[in-house]
Design a protein around this ligand. Structure first.
Ligand code: FES
Length: 127
């Protein structure tokens, strides 16, 4: 895909985010923020027999942070929790598909860092 198509895809996720909302019966609710700008992503995770049975997110912030959260939910739903504890940041960056400048890296990784905190208690090495 060309950069333009990736940008379009990011905007589409931003405007119509997947798995947007809350899970009232979530097993884990985790908020993460980008201290540089105050943008927020909250993940709601429902576990089901060792897997991520369902996921929702709420957030506010820039297109990259919110679109990457939406993309992340597509990538992680149904996956084994054990696997998700070390979900590679690069998988999400690949899904975003565009070159992320160092200044925007916090935007792009907000959701995946929040996932790591949710499942491990901290964001680990890849923060
Ligand atoms: Fe705040 Fe991107 S500018 S997360």
């Amino acid at each position: 895909m060309s950069d333009d198509l990736y940008r379009e895809q990011i905007l589409e996720h931003y405007k119509n985010p997947h798995h947007f909302g809350e899970l009232p019966d979530a097993d884990i609710t985790q908020e993460g923020d980008n201290p540089l700008c105050g943008d927020v992503v909250t993940l709601y995770l429902k576990l089901d027999d060792g897997r991520l049975g369902d996921v929702r997110f709420r957030g506010r912030g820039c297109a990259i942070s919110q679109a990457s959260a939406s993309m992340l939910t597509d990538l992680i739903v149904g996956k084994p929790v054990q696997e998700l504890k070390t979900f590679p940041t690069k998988d999400l960056l690949e899904e975003l598909g565009i070159q992320i400048s160092p200044a925007r890296m916090k935007c792009a990784t907000l959701s995946v860092n929040t996932l790591r905190v949710a499942l491990n208690g901290d964001a680990g090495e890849e923060e």
